[in-house]
Design a protein around this ligand. Structure first.
Ligand code: PMP
Length: 394
């Protein structure tokens, strides 16, 4: 059997129509397939590769760590240099009181930990979430996912979840003294790149303060520089009670984290002790990669360049008759196809032209452009020409 046949025969696959590129190597912006064809990865492996694929400094850090140790014990039992230095670095980059990091393996898992922490700390059970939100695929994170199609078949889910409309100030009235937490993305990515309005966040903050409800910010997709700041909440007058990170945090390795104050985090250590445990969370190789990745992100003016690069893409693709609207935050663009029925043809044409694009989960006719932040101005021009070509060919 070819590897393609093995893929379809032996892997559990979430989709009927995977892109099924047969990738043998990745470097920077580029993916290279078995036939040697090069693709520009304009989605960064779905917003993981914010510094591109296989950044040399990340590879060095990984090599150094694999020469020392891989997994040595369950999370939180042994002192592991990459974990402690990464946690300290994150604390230094975040505003007080966010100084205690719990490492896990993925975004969903980090959301699970954050929800448990909020319930444990507040002694409340109600969770407020948003229509159009994506937080992951495990039972807890699915429970706060604001889309019926993806979750209906898996009920019963967590009880005591209330959904409100994103950016609807009136509906914030639902937050009360029963609410443990509200979980929010500062930019709803899978809804097609919808940013939170500033006044909405001001009201949300006020309401949560009044009733003692915690604010969990899910920065899994928009974090690590994607929004034009290291963390997307920095665009607002807001400090989350719990911050959730994953995806680009591990610079290509699996890593998630939820971050809170020391005091809040300590509640997972008490009554019961071992309130949250994980075998592989904060894997030393992932943490070493993450630490190197953060230094790359913060070097030079990479994050400062995000806004301009995003604008350049928007300018290049707007005005195309196949595009009906573009929404953009930093280097995350949601581009609506004027003719949704041409979606699959467009994906194929883009691949044919050597560009990987993708679609937002809850906006099937909105395509995703979210390249590595390290993309150059020349690469943007070239990618946009290829995308334009593909749009015109359909
Ligand atoms: N939150 C957000 C905002 C996400 O975009 C995602 C992944 N798309 C997740 C959580 C879940 O992350 P993971 O797939 O690593 O579990």
């Amino acid at each position: 059997m070819t590897e393609r046949e093995l893929f379809y025969r032996y892997l559990g696959l979430p989709s009927f129509s995977p892109l099924a590129l047969d990738i043998v190597k990745a470097e920077g912006l580029y993916l290279i397939d078995r036939d040697g064809k090069r693709y520009m990865d304009m989605v960064s492996g779905i917003t993981v590769g914010n510094i591109g694929h296989r950044h040399p400094l990340v590879l060095d850090a990984i090599r150094e760590q694999i020469d020392r140790y891989l997994h040595v014990n369950v999370y939180g039992e042994f002192i592991q240099s990459p974990q402690v230095h990464l946690a300290r670095r994150l604390a230094g980059l975040l505003p007080a009181p966010l100084d205690s990091t719990y490492f896990v393996n993925s975004g969903s898992e980090a959301v699970e930990g954050a929800l448990k922490l909020a319930k444990r700390f507040t002694h409340r059970t109600e969770i407020v979430a948003f229509e159009g939100a994506y937080h992951g695929s495990t039972h807890g994170s699915l429970s706060i996912l604001g889309n019926e199609t993806l979750k209906n078949a898996f009920r019963p889910l967590l009880p005591d979840i209330r959904f409100i409309e994103y950016n609807n100030i009136d509906q914030l009235e639902l937050i009360s003294s029963h609410t443990a937490c509200i979980v929010i993305e500062m930019v709803q990515a899978e809804a097609g790149i919808i940013p939170a309005e500033r006044s909405f966040i001001d009201h949300l903050k006020e309401r949560c303060l009044k009733y003692g409800a915690l604010i969990i910010v899910d920065d899994v997709q928009m974090g690590m520089g994607r929004s034009g700041k290291l963390f997307s909440f920095e665009h607002y007058d807001l400090i989350p009670d719990i911050l959730v990170l994953a995806k680009a945090l591990g610079a290509g390795m699996p890593l998630g984290a939820f971050i809170a104050s020391r005091k809040m985090m300590d509640s997972l250590t008490n009554h019961p002790e071992l309130g949250h445990i994980t075998t592989f969370g904060g894997h030393p190789v992932s943490c070493a990669a993450a630490l190197a990745g953060i230094e790359v992100l913060l070097s030079g003016s990479l994050i400062d360049s995000v806004k301009e690069k995003g604008k350049q893409i928007e300018k290049k693709l707007s005005g195309n008759s196949s595009v009906s609207a573009i929404r953009r935050v930093g280097l995350a663009l949601g581009i609506d196809l004027a003719h949704p029925e041409k979606r699959d043809a467009f994906t194929r044409a883009a691949l044919e032209n050597g560009v990987v694009i993708d679609w937002y989960l809850f906006k099937p006719a909105t395509f995703r452009i979210a390249p590595p932040l390290t993309i150059t101005s020349e690469e943007i021009d070239l990618a946009c020409e290829k995308v334009t070509d593909a749009l015109e060919s359909i």
